[in-house]
Write a new protein. Sequence first.
Lengths: 346, 244
Amino acid sequence: MNVATGAAALRQVRVRSSSLPLLPVIELAMLAALVATPFALASRPELITLMTNILILSLLALSFDLCWGFSGIMSYGQALFFGVAGYVVALVGRDLDFSQMWATLPLAMLVGALLAAALAAFLLLGRKTPTSIFVAFGTLTGAYAAERLVAGWQYVGAGNGLSSIKLMAFGNYEFVEGFEFYSVALGALVVVYLLSRAVVRSQLGLVLAGMRQNEERLAFFGYRVQVFKALIFTFSGAVAGLSGALYSYHQGFTGPTNLGPGLSTTAVIYCLFGGSGTLIGPVIGTIAIELLSYVLADTDAIRQFWPVILGVVLLVVVMFQPTGLLGLVVSPRERIGSFGARRRVG
Amino acid sequence: MALLEVAGLTKVYGLLRALDGVDLKVDAGSFHGLIGPNGSGKSTLLKSIAGAHYATAGTIRFDGQDITTAPPYRRSRAGLSFKFQITAVLNDLSVYDNVLLALQSMESNWALLRNRSRLRLDGEVMHALERFRLADRADDLAGELSHGEQQWLEIAMALAPRPKLLLLDEPTGGMSPEERRVTGELLAPIKNECALIIVEHDLDFIKNICDRLTVLDQGRVLGDGTVAEIEHDARVQEIYTSRV
């Protein structure tokens, strides 16, 4: 047996002895649960509406995770792309009397992507390598400035926002709250999830994984690290834009807070709570926080102070479980995974 | 024409002149050692060539191009490869993925997204790992390797993109005598592939593998020549006997 064959045999032994990956199991279980949800809640339409909102917000959380969890970009501006796209579809409905989803949803993604690309050009592609703090403050300032701008702009409803947004349509069919809108939201989440999965598990994903650990080292391999960051940031802007458009259609309303630091920070919390650096983590985080909020707010004994309880729970998890809920069951090795032709983990 | 031509290179940090008008020429295929006492400017010179920091004055020409102000990624794409003094392997990635990351760096973003080279590079990754005695550790995390193995992995990564000039900053730092001997054996065959500039404190190691030596002292070139010439240079003997 030569050295190469021996090494290959040894690798095979290691493969067999390694524990089975958990992430695909969790992903499939989550998908099955989300597909079953509207059927299980058929008699509780208000819960289907709640779950639709959660799916849409999961997209926003996912967009943040692509930035922070996978690319090391601390973005406090995801709501900027979310909110502006939401306003754009609302204005297209009001001023052009048009809400065909085959055009408005791609338009929302384009708006989110262009905004993110413009911000990336300023924050990431300068002559000097930006610090994380610079990017965090830059995105935060962008979201804050946009919120203030919109709050004082009469054309977009100023502080009152835009209400009675034209219903999202496909041909003559209009989507109202309920099973149909839930299906659209779930479909959008699944498509974005699979697309994101393809990106982060590709050879480009290996570059992102390397970037998270040592940006300087990658530059000496010949990688233009900031360009990779700008690409992912732009992609995340498109995802946030899609989320914002669906949210506006679903709520029938959009307002200045939908593009401010408050919602941006909420997306950060969703992601950290569930587990950043995995795609399913932000989805789990959004579901957990929103369902917990719903249950706490609906419990008579704690109706007055449930936000305090929620705040304490979030603080405890973020401080003492930095890998989020998912980190309790998924190993760091599996979270990062392997990328070569002989992939065995993740 | 030399592969690398450094002319009048000066690097100033506040009041300190870390490099003061350094000239250096390295021919294709030659192994060139940089020696000198601590603080003489060896690592600063290597980092200036690699692009880790920019020179205050002077020029660096590599393979006919002026790279004095080029960022690290551009120097790397021109054919320069740099191994850090402190090991900088990516601890949370597998040994295999560390080398794949180095190998795929010349692919376009679109090709990376489409996994165009994943299968094609598999053989090259394994060849690089076998060459540096790491094939049986391919699936382990880089952070699980011993210090010596991490140094070998770094060299394997630096060599993977087939550079024209490899810059090694103290490749045997922290190694046992046996690991140093093996490192020398591993480096010798790369003479057929690329030129080498090596900074190393172990004079016996560097004399065994280098064709030429440049001696730095207080940011200036004290001597430059073949190993035999430098060994008999009275000024070099003086700094090594009086200060090292």
